[in-house]
Structures are given as structure tokens and as C-alpha cells.
Ligand binder design. Structure first.
Ligand SMILES: [Zn+2]
Length: 145
């Protein structure tokens, strides 16, 4: 039973991350330079566990307004909140102005794939992993204020 549950969870994670293997993306979630609280939010993001409104509405009928709290324009899901929201895009752009990161931030799956394929030195990768985890953490934090 435990083996079945493990396989079931691996498949769920595989699907939640757009077909990405957990071993491939865990290296940037748990990189030694990433602040633990940032890593935790990144881990929740990659496991599709971030409690965004589109997810919460499945468990409660108290979520009447599914609109993103940052832009008040579109429905709040992970792809919108962290990558497509005008507020998130501005934050990513501000970071890119200081640290040019060749990442596809159009959505979570493309973001993870481009982080896995990142062609930088080991040190630059560690810095990049820290920066992107901090960006995601701070978008999530702003959303919850
Ligand atoms: Zn938004």
C-alpha cells in the first residue's frame, strides 16, 4: 500500500509540475543558498499546494470572489499570481534589470523547465535559484498582506 501511495504521489507531482521529474526540479527548490522559508513556498508551488483562490474554491464555498487580489483583474491561480499578473510581471522585470535571468516566466511549468535548463556556472545557478525563490516568496507574501 505504501509503495502504491508513493507512486500515486509521484504521478500527482509529475502532473502538477507539467510533466517534470521531481529529481530535476528539487535541486533548485532545495539549493543550499535558498532561504528555508523561500524554499518552502517554492516547494509548495512546485507541488501545486499553494492555497490560491482557484484551489481553495474546491474545498469551501466561502470564496465568492476568485479575482486576484494584486491586480483585481483576473482569476487567481498559480500561473496568474506568480507569472502572468501585471504585478508579478513588474516584479520579475525589476529583478531581471539587476540580474538578467534567461527564464521563461509565462507559467509554472515553463518556468521550472527553463530553470532546469539554465546554462550558467554553478555559483550563478545558486544565485539565480535564491533570487527566483525570493521573488516567488515575496509575490506570495504581497498577495497575503
Ligand atoms: Zn493579478
Amino acid at each position: 500500500m505504501a509503495r502504491y501511495k508513493t507512486l500515486y504521489n509521484q504521478e500527482r507531482i509529475h502532473l502538477a509540475t507539467g510533466g517534470l521529474n521531481i529529481k530535476r526540479w528539487s535541486k533548485f527548490v532545495w539549493a543550499c543558498t535558498v532561504t528555508p522559508r523561500h524554499a518552502f513556498i517554492m516547494w509548495m508551488t512546485m507541488h501545486d499546494k499553494l492555497p490560491v483562490k482557484s484551489k481553495l474554491v474546491r474545498f469551501t464555498d466561502k470564496i465568492e470572489d476568485q479575482t486576484c487580489v494584486l491586480c483585481n483583474a483576473e482569476a487567481e491561480d498559480v500561473d496568474h499570481l506568480l507569472f502572468q499578473c501585471i504585478w508579478a510581471k513588474a516584479m520579475w522585470q525589476a529583478i531581471r534589470n539587476g540580474w538578467p535571468i534567461p527564464l521563461d516566466i509565462s507559467g509554472k511549468a515553463t518556468f521550472a523547465r527553463s530553470l532546469i535548463k539554465l546554462r550558467k556556472s554553478k555559483d550563478e545557478k545558486q544565485i539565480t535559484y535564491s533570487i527566483v525563490a525570493a521573488v516567488i516568496y515575496n509575490i506570495w507574501r504581497a498577495r497575503n498582506k
